[in-house]
Each structure stands twice: as structure tokens, then as C-alpha cells.
Design a protein around this ligand. Structure first.
Ligand code: URA
Length: 243
């Protein structure tokens, strides 16, 4: 859907139009070509014209939103549920002002760290597809001393749930009980199960990066901020690599 000669950019005019329900790629590009689209009073005929947040965009006589989609980095605290609503516990959407958003994937209730929040279901779906191999990096604290043979085991593929072989994972030992693990799948309780099958209990789990974007060290638990342009480009590239 979002393939172009140079690929998509989240701020391309036709992509912004698509997100405003102006039609599919073909329809939006045709509207642009047929001079039906004006940005700040000027007729635009380039479909990859880059839109800025304050631009006034008129499509076929109607104003559309130049900033229809948001992408937030949320620092999920412990005890918070990765959902829009929960009758007992605080959930992610209790922290987010815009109510049209949702989380891309889930973290366990006791896991902290980076959760991507957006209202862009197209991007979200792709980021969650297993064949897109989106990297997730976690800081892990375990219950006993980590041994170096684990690095090889994780690389070869740990078996969980009796017979499910996980894809290769990168283990970086920091010290006796702390390590980083990078996985590119998102199976239920995956990290905890991988360690458990090697005889370790995960005491603390924190997602420190998602799709190559690092959790902002200035964010506090429960806070969120918009992804910056550089981070958005990283996401776009991850999507494009898999087209
Ligand atoms: N793996 C887990 O076990 N839990 C999480 O929350 C994320 C990855």
C-alpha cells in the first residue's frame, strides 16, 4: 500500500490524505494529479510533498487534518495493563490524553519500559507482523548468576512451551544477574519463558528499545512524548525494508 519510488514518508501529502480517509493510494494520487489538492492556498501536484503540522490542506474543497496521526513513546510503569480499559487496574490509556490511540503490542503487567502508542493502525499492524522481525531489547534481572554458555543457547534458539523453538536472540551479559536480550518476535511471556527454560527466574524486566528506537532516558515512568522526526524515520525504514 505505501510503496513509492522512494518509499513512504509519514508526512507525504498522499499518506496524510489516506489517513484522512480521502481514499486509497491510487485515489489520493489521482486527486493530487487532477489538481484537487491545495496546501496553504497553493495547488500541489507532487504526491510526496512534505506536510508540516500547521499546513492548511484542502482536498476537493474540504479541509483535512495535517496532523491526523500521533506516535508516542510511553514509559510503562509496573502494575499498568497494556490495554485501553481494565476494570481493576490502571491501564496504558489512562495515561494518554488522546483517546483514539492504542498500544502497539503488549508488555506484561510487571514489565516496565518502552511501549509505542499510536492511532495509526496501518503502521501498527505491520510492526506486529512476525515476518517484519521488529527488534525488542530488554534489560533483564534474573535470580541467579548468569553463565556465558547462555549466549550460545539463546543464539541457537531456546525451546519454550515444550516444543516451540524461538528465533535466535542476542544475549549480552552485563554482570552476574543483569543482561540485555534482543528478540525479534513477540510471543506471550516470551522473555520470561526463555529464561525459565534455562533454569532462571526473571525478577525484573524492562523494555529499553523498540524497532531500534531507544527509550528516552529523560522520560519518567508513566510519562510519554511524541516520537521525533529521526525516530519516525527509523520506523518508516523498518516498514520499507519489508515491502
Ligand atoms: N517477554 C515477557 O516475558 N514479558 C514481557 O512483558 C515482554 C516480553
Amino acid at each position: 500500500m505505501i510503496v513509492g519510488e522512494e518509499g513512504i514518508h509519514i508526512k507525504d501529502l498522499y499518506y496524510v490524505m489516506m489517513k484522512n480517509q480521502c481514499g486509497n493510494v491510487k485515489k489520493c494520487k489521482t486527486l493530487i494529479k487532477h489538481q484537487k489538492v491545495f496546501v496553504n492556498g497553493q495547488c500541489i501536484v507532487k504526491h510526496d510533498y512534505s506536510i508540516k503540522d500547521n499546513d492548511e490542506i484542502i482536498v476537493d474543497g474540504k479541509r483535512i487534518n495535517a496532523h491526523p496521526f500521533v506516535y508516542y513513546m510511553f514509559y510503562k510503569p509496573k502494575g499498568c495493563i497494556s490495554a485501553s480499559y481494565d476494570k481493576n487496574d490502571l491501564c496504558v490509556m489512562d495515561y494518554i490524553e488522546r483517546k483514539d490511540c492504542f498500544c502497539v503490542g503488549r508488555l506484561d503487567k510487571d514489565t516496565t519500559g518502552f511501549l509505542l502508542i499510536t492511532n495509526d493502525s496501518f503502521l501498527s499492524k505491520r510492526l506486529l507482523l512476525p515476518q517484519y522481525h521488529i527488534d525488542k531489547k530488554y534489560l533483564v534481572e534474573v535470580d541467579k548468576v548468569l553463565t556465558h554458555d547462555l549466549i550460545d543457547k539463546f543464539e541457537k534458539g531456546i525451546v519454550i512451551d515444550k516444543n516451540v523453538v524461538c528465533q535466535s536472540a542476542i544475549l549480552q551479559i552485563i554482570d552476574e544477574r543483569y543482561c540485555y536480550i534482543t528478540i525479534s518476535e513477540g510471543k506471550y511471556h516470551q522473555v520470561k519463558k526463555m529464561f525459565l527454560s534455562c533454569g532462571y527466574v526473571v525478577i525484573n524486566l524492562k523494555r529499553v528499545s523498540f524497532a531500534g528506537i531507544e527509550l528516552d532516558p529523560f522520560l519518567k515512568e508513566g510519562e510519554y512524548r511524541e516520537l521525533n522526526d529521526c525516530e519516525l524515520r527509523i520506523l518508516e525504514k523498518r516498514i520499507l525494508m519489508n515491502q
